[in-house]
Design a protein around this ligand. Structure first.
Ligand SMILES: [Zn+2]
Ligand SMILES: [Zn+2]
Length: 478
């Protein structure tokens, strides 16, 4: 059997693993490469023939795991794509959005080259896939519940098991001709928000484990300190009669912020009357999908304690709200772009908008409107990659360009890292110790910069196990 690392090898994004054995040729994930150093890989031809792939197993709906599936279909893949029901709903959302953005971008390119004519169908250049490819991809989805085993082929059995991380995310147990492989997918935290964390026991005895190592060497800030940083920043801004602008990722982070705001308002941990504005069509749709899968929600999840306005310590515990988990009176959804442009938030508003790294979308106009005033706050609650506008701001830029205008950043800027949806090193080691049993021959570390993988590798080796960090397109005989 050959295991070939087609992506997320010594880099974070582009997750894609090919397994070839007698009569079997499959992929686990087919993700997009993201970030200026690897983006070019997206337009390169696949290093295998898409027509030869029997089926794909998808761990979860993040773009770095599913983002090239429509390219695979466009280039001749005709098999099934197995995934959990929530992953199906979320992947449909992100793939259609990605196709739409590419179509708009390609039209812009044509415009720049003055070859676009309104009345003529334009040619799409440099597009990875379009809406039709995305729709053809979605039509290949076959959903399987977490925990249910199934056999896509007579000599292959598969089971999705909970990984935490985001709604629907799975680790995947695969048995091919009696060889057992376990793909971690992206792993969530022990104190996993919204959905249940990965299980602390397993009856699967894998020969090989392919695991993410994103936060090798890193221990996260705990939930309670993160909550306190967040609420202190919100309350300080409200006391100044300012507005809080939160750039947020549409899937999971927005819902996490919404439920934290809901429980904080309910517990009088946010001072005075505030208005919460969700100005992101994508995040609004993702929130609706989350509520459709309320049976996946965890119960009695604690964001820790916070002293409310009367100095009383309150436990911020999310009750069993079911599908109204993210609903509350103070929350307003902005639907159309016109409404967004007209939005004149009164002071003491909290505006949540995308994109999460301030690379585009409605957040741009909010940063342009509110960042120049010192009473407002820009509150970053997600990872800010090198080279993004969000990163420039958290690194202290005093002036940034938005839509060709110079925007002064006089507002408070806070970067809270503790909301991560990924396992840190102690949690990764815990997961590995749950999974590793007598049959284990080898661990492969993926989905990280090499420096992070190396730190995790050292810790794994110190515990007496083998771990290797494969290169892109490296092939291993199992
Ligand atoms: Zn992920
Ligand atoms: Zn990922």
């Amino acid at each position: 059997m050959q295991l070939i690392f087609r992506g997320a090898a010594k880099t974070v994004t582009g997750s894609c693993y090919q397994i070839q054995d007698e009569g079997v040729n499959i992929l686990v994930d087919c993700g997009m490469f993201q970030g200026s150093d690897v983006e070019d890989l997206n337009s390169k031809p696949f290093a295998f023939d898409p027509k030869s792939i029997d089926f794909v197993l998808l761990t979860h709906a993040h773009m770095d795991h599913c983002g090239l599936l429509p390219k695979l279909v466009r280039q001749g893949f005709t098999g099934k794509i197995y995934l959990t029901p929530p992953t199906s709903a979320l992947a449909e959302l992100v793939l259609l959005d990605s196709a739409k953005i590419q179509e708009i971008e390609s039209r812009k390119n044509s415009n720049n080259k003055h070859i676009y004519s309104e009345s003529m169908p334009f040619e799409m250049h440099n597009i990875l896939y379009d809406t039709i490819d995305a729709q053809n991809t979605i039509s290949r989805f076959v959903t399987k519940n977490l925990g249910d085993g199934f056999m896509p082929m007579s000599n292959v059995s598969v089971r999705f098991v909970p990984a935490g991380h985001i709604l629907g995310a799975a680790s995947i147990e695969i048995v091919i001709n009696n060889t057992k492989l376990l793909f971690s997918g992206d792993l969530g935290r022990i104190d996993q928000s919204i959905v249940n964390p990965f299980s602390n026991s397993s009856d699967f005895d894998p020969d090989y484990i392919i695991m993410e190592s994103l936060y090798g060497g890193i221990t996260h800030q705990d939930r309670e300190s993160t909550t306190n940083m967040f609420l202190n920043s919100v309350n300080n801004t409200i006391e100044r009669d300012g507005n809080v602008i939160i750039p947020s990722f549409a899937i999971h982070r927005t819902q996490e912020i919404l439920e934290l705001l809901k429980i904080s308002i309910t517990s009088s941990c946010i001072k005075g009357n505030v208005q919460i504005i969700l100005d992101s069509p994508m995040a609004s749709r993702a929130t609706r999908i989350y509520t459709q899968f309320a049976s996946y929600f965890n119960r009695n999840f604690s964001y820790g304690e916070y002293s409310n306005e009367n100095g009383v310590k309150k436990s911020l515990v999310i009750g069993d709200y079911g599908s109204s988990r993210f609903d509350f009176d103070e929350l307003r959804y902005i639907r159309t772009a016109k409404q967004s442009l007209r939005l004149k938030a009164s002071s003491r508003s909290i505006i949540i908008a995308g994109s999460g790294m301030v690379e585009g979308g409605r957040i741009l106009q909010h940063v342009a409107s509110y960042a120049p005033k010192s009473r407002n706050s820009l509150l970053f609650v997600g990872y800010q990659a090198e080279g993004t506008l969000g990163r420039a701001i958290v690194d202290g830029a005093k002036v940034v360009k938005i839509n060709k205008r110079d925007i002064d950043i006089n507002s408070q800027v806070e970067y809270i890292r503790g909301f991560s949806a990924h396992a840190d090193e102690p949690t990764l080691l815990l997961w590995l110790n749950v999974q590793a049993k007598s049959s284990l021959k080898q661990v492969f570390l993926v989905h990280a910069e090499e420096s992070q993988s190396k730190m995790l590798q050292n810790s794994i080796v110190a515990e007496g196990r083998n771990a290797i960090i494969p290169d892109l397109n490296e092939s291993h005989t199992l």
